[in-house]
Write a protein that binds this ligand. Structure first.
Ligand SMILES: [Zn+2]
Length: 217
């Protein structure tokens, strides 16, 4: 029988912040965490605080409880790479600042292994989604910037000019003129042409104008 795992909370600056979707499990998580004893060589950063709300509506009140340090220094380090159960009953998993709970306590080794794998996948999916989101936002920003300012015209580097000059014999590649010469982008910058020697040629002013006319019309 498979064991599903849910993310219940995240530890943010030492506070256990229960996610909105997991409010129902908040009480269970609080019970799980408050029943934990301290550990040897405890990491002080793992002495979290958790907010517990009692009552409902206007009569509700909440208090913030300090928890015992639930992780040793070594385990806190390991938890960046591997999820681990905080309790022997297999109710609470900690991985990369997230607190996750299996749908039922995991005592059997096979259950525990599966729950840890699912916890890993869930957290990695969440992190990958964030990575993709960042990329999408960066792309959108670049597109907007491009629309606003147009393509960035990189100056042609001096060593590229030297290479092109030598290759083209210091003359217009169309008519052989040696007057009023320009370094021209074969594929225009607006069409994505770069400034490497392969895309640069020497044209005289007249040939350059003829070429721009052809592209413009
Ligand atoms: Zn020419």
């Amino acid at each position: 029988m498979s064991v599903n795992v849910f993310k219940v909370a995240e530890v943010v600056s030492g506070r256990v912040v229960v996610s909105k979707k997991a409010r129902r499990s908040a009480h269970e998580l609080a019970c799980g965490l408050t029943s934990l004893g301290g550990v040897d060589d405890a990491a002080p950063e793992s002495g979290w605080r958790i907010e517990i709300t009692t009552g409902v509506g206007a009569g509700a009140s909440s208090i913030e409880l300090p928890l015992a340090c639930v992780l040793s220094r070594a385990d806190l380090q390991i938890s960046e790479r591997e999820p681990l159960f905080l309790d022997s009953e297999g109710r609470v998993i900690f991985f990369r600042s997230r607190l996750l709970m299996p749908e039922r306590p995991c005592v059997q080794i096979s259950d525990r292994e599966e729950a840890l794998l699912r916890a890993k996948k869930l957290v990695y999916d969440e992190e990958l989604e964030l990575v993709n989101l960042r990329k999408q936002v960066a792309n959108a920003e670049a597109t907007l910037e491009y629309r606003r300012t147009g393509p960035k015209r990189e100056p042609i580097a001096d060593d590229v000019k030297l290479v092109v000059w030598a290759r083209d014999g210091g003359a217009c590649v169309r008519c052989g003129s040696t007057e009023k010469l320009h370094f021209d982008h074969v594929i225009p910058v607006v069409k994505g042409g770069g400034s490497s020697p392969e895309n640069i040629q020497i044209l005289c002013e007249q040939c350059n104008l003829k070429k721009s006319d052809r592209i413009a019309f």
